[in-house]
Design a protein around this ligand. Structure first.
Ligand code: THU
Length: 130
């Protein structure tokens, strides 16, 4: 199955009664396995989680920690980029060159990379003292 098809399918399972904005994410890990996630909202709004976070959690729960490719899809007028928090989450598990494709249910797509989504990212080096 393609990443786009996987993201499109899991988007249907999103729990988004508050925003009515369903998002699906699919990631391919270094092993080639596909993991999926959807946004899961909560009546206590800040407790909601993004689609990307769900897909990353599924990958890590399966014992993998290396992203190879990412696809995110929503029913939006233009491809929606991952939120700031998800950019940091993607950066935790993916090199700067990892491709991130943002798609709409209308078929529009925009491609970027983890590095371009989060320039100047905070990383472990910033916690080191020389
Ligand atoms: N959302 C995601 O799941 N991923 C994104 O990249 C952007 C936003 C979700 C969070 C919330 O459930 C809804 O979209 C509206 O912000």
């Amino acid at each position: 199955m393609s990443l786009k098809a996987a993201a499109t399918a899991v988007r249907e399972n999103a729990h988004a009664p508050y925003s009515n904005f369903k998002v699906g994410a699919a990631i391919r890990s270094a092993s080639g396995q596909i993991y999926v996630g959807c946004n899961v909202e909560n009546v206590a709004y800040p407790e909601g989680t993004c689609a990307e976070a769900g897909a990353i959690a599924a990958m890590v729960a399966a014992g993998e920690t290396e992203l190879a490719e990412v696809y995110v899809i929503a029913d939006s007028p233009a491809p929606v980029p991952p939120c700031g928090g998800c950019r940091q989450k993607l950066k935790e598990f993916g090199a700067g060159g990892v491709k991130v494709t943002m798609g709409t249910t209308d078929g529009a797509e925009r491609e970027t990379t983890i590095g371009d989504l989060l320039p100047g990212a905070f990383d472990a080096g910033h916690m080191e003292r020389s």
